[in-house]
Design a binder for this molecule. Structure first.
Ligand code: ADP
Ligand code: MG
Length: 742
C-alpha cells in the first residue's frame, strides 16, 4: 500500500512550529542602555498639540488652535507655517514620504504616499511640504466604493486633513511615512468615507446634549463629546497553518474543519497564562502602539483557545476610531514578524467563540469650569440635581436606542457578524438594553409614579435616586449576554463585530442619542410653557421616556429561546441576517432622522446601503468560490486517494484469502464522498441562481438564505470526510492543530 503523502506540508508545518521560539524585540532605551518607561516614549511618533505649541510662533499656534477647536478653514500662511513645523519634525525623524490617511467605505484605511523630495526653481533637489499639501490631496476616488454616488455626482474626490487627530509616523522595515489623518469627500461635499459622518454625528450630538443641559441649568458647557474605549478581540494562528488553509487566506474564516474533542468547554484558556510566543507579539504590538500615542492598557486570553483581547484607555470617539484602525493594522503587521497571522474575523472557527469589538461609550463635558470639565454624563452624581441630569441622559439614550434599534442593528451588519450574533456566545441580533438591578428598580419606580406636584427633591429621594452612586458599584452582576449594556458609568455596545470599523456603528449611535436628546428637549420645552418648575417638568419628561421605551429594556438571558419569543411579543426587531438589517438604513424613519440632523444626506445614506449590500454579496461569492475550490482540489482528491488505497487493500486481502473488514470503511467513505458531491452540486446551482438575480438586494437575500444554508450542509460532509480519511492523506491543518499548537 502506498502511504498518503498529501499531509506532508501539514506535517512540515507542525515540525516548523514546534521549533519556533518567541521573537525578541529591542525595547527603547536611554543613552546608558536603561529601558525607557512607557511614559518616556509614549506618543514619540505623533505630532501633538503640545509639540505644535512648542514649535510654532505663538500667534500661529493660537490661530491654529482656535481653528481646531471651533472648526473652519485654516488661513494659508498659518497652514504653511504648520506644514513647515511638521516637515522639520518628520525629517528629523528620518521620514521620507507623507500621505493623507483616510477611511474609505471598505472598513479599512487607505494611503497614497508622496515623497517630500522635490526640485526647487534652480533644479536643486530639496525636501518640500506646503500648507496646501498638508490640508488637501486628491486621490483618484474612482476606485473606492461610493455606492452609486459616482453616477449621481462625479468620480473626483479629495481628502482633507482632520486636525483633531494628530499626524503620526508609520514605520516599516525600510521606511517611515508621515500620515495625515483625513476625511474623504467629493467635490460637492458628499462624504465618501466613514470619518466625515462620524465627525458630523459628534457635532450634532454635542449640540443636542448641550441644549438639554442648558435647560437643566448646567451652564458653561462648551461641548459634549462621546468617549469611546474599544475592546478588540482576535485570534492568533501560526502562519504556517494559515498559509495551508485557502479559506483563512481568502475569507478570514474556516469554511470547513472538524471539531476537536476539546474546544473551550474546559474554560481553561480565559484569563489563563499567556503563551510566550503570543506574549512576545503583544509586547511588540503595545510598543508600536505606544509610540503612536495609543494608550493600550489591558491584554488577556479570551474564552476560545488561541483567542486574545487588547483594550486601550478610552478617548474621544473620533480619535478612538482612528486608533482602533491602527491597532488592527499593527496587530496584522507585528504578528507576521512573529510567524503568526492575526484573525480579526467575527467567526474564524465554528464551535468556539467568535470575536467582538466591545464599544464602551459615554458622554463627557468640555467646559471652562473646572468642576464641570471632563464630567462623565453617565456617571451618577452625588446630589439629587446631578442625578436628575444623569437620569435625563439615560432617558435620552433609552429613547434613541428604542426608536432606532433597527438602525443600530444595521450599523453592525456584516457577513462575518452574521455568524457571531446569536451564536450563543455573542449577543443576539435583537437589540435591547441592559440596565442592571439597581437602575432597573429605579427606572421601574419612576415609570410607575412620580407625584408631579410634590417637592421634586422629595420625589427623587423617595425613588431612591439618592442611591444612584451605588449604581456604579452595582455592576458586578454584569449581563454578558446583552448587546447594549449599562456598566456603571458607560454603555457597552457589544454587538459590534471584531473586524468592523467603529466609525459607522458609533455614528449611528451618536445620531440616535442626539435624536433622543432632541425629543426630550422638545417635550421639556412644551412642559415649561405651562410655567412648571424645571425639576418637576424634567422628571415628568423622564418618566414619559422611561415608560415609552420600556420594551427595549431587558435584564434576562439574551441567549434564551424565551427571549426571542418575548422580544417578538414586545414588537422588537429580530433582524437575523445582514440583508434584512441593512434595509433599516433606508427605512423612512432612519432616513428622516439622519437627514434631518444633517448627519447623512439622502444620497449618502443610499450609497452606504448599496456599498454594504454589495460588500455582503461579494464576501459570500468569495466564500462559495473558495469552498468550491477547496472541495475540488483538496477534500475530494485526498478522499479519492484514501478510497483508492483502501480499495487496493481490500482486493489484496481477498486475494490472500483473509477477511477484509476495511471494506466497511470503504463503503462508508464512498457514500460520504457521494453525499459531498451531491451537496456541492446543489450549492453550485443555488450559487448560480443567486448570482444571476438582477438586483444586488435580491442577490443578498438569496445568498443569506439558500446559499448560506447549503454552504453549511456542504461543510458537514467535508467534516465527516475529515473524520474518516487517514491523517496522513489530509492536507488541511485541523482545528486541533491550529487552535492548540503554537
Ligand atoms: P471590562 O470589564 O469590560 O474589560 P473595563 O473597565 O476594563 O471593562 O473597561 C473597558 C473599556 O471601557 C476600556 O477601554 C475603558 O477605557 C473604557 N471606559 C471606561 N470608562 C469609559 C468612559 N467613560 N467612556 C468610554 N469608555 C470608557
Ligand atoms: Mg467589556
Amino acid at each position: 500500500m502506498t502511504l498518503g503523502t498529501g499531509a506532508r506540508a501539514r506535517f512540515d508545518a507542525i515540525r516548523d512550529i514546534l521549533s519556533r521560539t518567541p521573537r525578541k524585540f529591542d525595547p527603547p532605551r536611554d543613552e546608558n542602555g536603561k529601558r525607557l518607561k512607557i511614559s518616556e516614549f509614549f506618543g514619540m511618533n505623533t505630532f501633538t498639540m503640545a509639540q505644535m505649541k512648542e514649535r510654532l510662533p505663538k500667534d500661529t499656534f493660537q490661530k491654529f488652535h482656535t481653528t481646531v477647536e471651533q472648526g473652519g478653514k485654516l488661513e494659508k500662511d498659518v497652514a504653511n507655517t504648520v506644514a513647515d513645523a511638521i516637515k522639520d519634525w518628520a525629517l528629523s525623524r528620518g521620514v521620507t514620504h507623507f500621505t493623507h490617511w483616510f477611511q474609505p467605505q471598505t472598513g479599512s484605511t487607505a494611503e497614497k504616499h508622496d515623497a517630500f523630495f522635490s526640485f526647487d526653481d534652480n533644479g536643486e533637489a530639496i525636501e518640500k511640504f506646503s500648507g496646501s499639501q498638508l490640508i488637501q490631496s486628491e486621490p483618484d476616488a474612482s476606485s473606492f466604493p461610493s455606492g452609486g454616488m459616482r453616477t449621481t455626482f462625479e468620480a473626483r474626490g479629495y481628502t482633507a486633513w482632520d486636525p483633531s487627530s494628530p499626524v503620526f509616523i508609520m514605520e516599516s522595515a525600510s521606511s517611515k511615512t508621515l500620515c495625515i489623518p483625513s476625511v474623504f469627500i467629493s467635490y460637492h461635499g458628499d462624504a465618501l468615507d466613514e470619518k466625515t459622518s462620524l465627525l458630523r454625528s459628534m457635532e450634532v450630538l454635542s449640540e443636542k446634549a448641550s441644549e438639554m443641559l442648558q435647560l437643566l441649568g448646567v451652564n458653561n458647557v462648551e461641548r459634549v463629546i462621546p468617549t469611546l474605549g474599544i475592546e478588540q478581540e482576535y485570534f492568533l494562528i501560526d502562519r504556517a497553518f494559515y498559509s495551508l488553509r485557502p479559506d483563512l487566506v481568502m475569507t478570514g474564516r474556516t469554511l470547513a474543519g472538524g471539531q476537536p474533542p476539546k474546544g473551550q468547554q474546559l474554560e481553561d484558556h480565559y484569563f489563563g497564562s499567556i503563551p510566550s510566543r503570543v506574549q512576545a507579539v503583544m509586547s511588540e504590538v503595545e510598543y508600536e502602539l505606544y509610540k503612536l500615542g495609543i494608550p493600550v492598557k489591558t491584554r488577556h486570553n479570551e474564552v476560545a483557545p488561541s483567542q486574545f483581547e487588547t483594550a486601550p484607555i478610552f478617548e474621544e470617539a473620533n480619535l478612538a476610531t482612528d486608533h482602533n484602525q491602527l491597532t488592527m493594522e499593527i496587530l496584522r503587521k507585528v504578528s507576521l514578524r512573529h510567524n503568526f497571522s492575526v484573525l480579526l474575523h467575527e467567526k474564524p472557527f465554528a464551535g468556539v467563540n467568535g470575536s467582538g469589538k466591545h464599544n464602551n461609550w459615554s458622554l463627557s463635558i468640555v467646559s471652562s469650569s473646572p468642576e464641570l470639565n471632563g464630567a462623565n454624563l453617565l456617571e451618577p452624581g452625588k446630589t439629587p440635581h446631578q442625578n436628575l441630569r444623569f437620569l435625563t441622559v439615560l432617558a435620552a439614550v433609552l429613547k434613541g436606542v428604542h426608536k432606532h434599534a433597527g438602525l443600530l442593528r444595521a450599523g453592525i451588519a456584516s457577513s462575518g457578524n452574521d455568524h457571531r450574533l446569536g451564536a450563543n456566545e455573542a449577543p443576539p441580533a435583537i437589540i435591547s438594553v441592559f440596565m442592571g438591578d439597581m437602575l432597573s428598580r429605579i427606572l421601574n419606580s419612576i415609570e410607575k409614579d412620580v407625584g408631579s406636584d410634590q417637592n421634586v427633591e422629595a420625589a427623587v429621594l423617595k425613588l431612591g435616586v439618592s442611591k444612584l452612586p451605588e449604581v456604579a458599584r452595582d455592576n458586578t452582576d454584569r449581563n454578558r449576554t446583552s448587546p447594549f449594556a449599562f456598566t456603571g458609568n458607560k454603555f457597552e455596545f457589544r454587538a459590534v463585530g471584531s473586524s468592523a470599523s467603529t466609525a459607522f456603528p458609533i455614528t449611528l449611535l451618536n445620531a440616535a442619542v442626539a435624536d433622543g436628546f432632541a425629543e426630550l428637549t422638545g417635550h421639556l420645552k412644551e412642559k415649561l410653557k405651562g410655567n412648571k418648575k424645571v425639576d418637576v417638568a424634567i422628571l415628568e419628561v423622564i418618566r414619559d421616556a422611561v415608560k415609552e421605551t420600556h420594551a427595549i429594556r431587558f435584564e434576562g438571558n439574551n441567549y434564551s429561546e424565551e427571549w426571542v419569543a418575548e422580544a417578538e411579543r414586545r414588537g422588537l426587531h429580530n433582524l437575523r441576517k445582514t440583508p434584512e438589517a441593512l434595509a433599516q438604513l433606508v427605512d423612512p424613519k432612519s432616513k428622516a432622522m439622519l437627514t434631518g440632523l444633517g448627519i447623512f444626506s439622502e444620497a449618502e445614506l443610499t450609497s452606504r446601503f448599496h456599498v454594504r449590500v454589495e460588500r455582503y454579496v461579494k464576501n459570500l461569492m468569495i466564500e462559495v468560490e473558495t469552498l468550491r475550490s477547496m472541495i475540488d482540489t483538496v477534500v475530494l482528491p485526498c478522499s479519492y486517494a484514501y478510497q483508492g488505497a483502501l480499495a487496493t487493500t481490500v482486493v489484496s486481502a481477498k486475494a490472500a484469502g483473509v477477511p477484509a473488514p476495511q471494506s466497511e470503511t470503504l463503503a462508508k467513505l464512498t457514500t460520504t464522498i457521494a453525499s459531498l458531491q451531491a451537496k456541492r452540486a446543489e450549492l453550485e446551482k443555488a450559487f448560480h441562481k443567486a448570482e444571476s438575480l438582477s438586483s444586488e438586494e435580491d442577490k443578498a437575500k438569496a445568498f443569506s438564505r439558500d446559499v448560506s444554508t447549503l454552504m453549511a450542509e456542504v461543510r458537514t460532509h467535508c467534516d465527516e470526510l475529515e473524520a474518516m480519511v487517514a491523517d496522513d492523506y489530509w492536507p488541511l491543518p485541523k482545528y486541533r492543530e491550529m487552535l492548540f499548537l503554537s
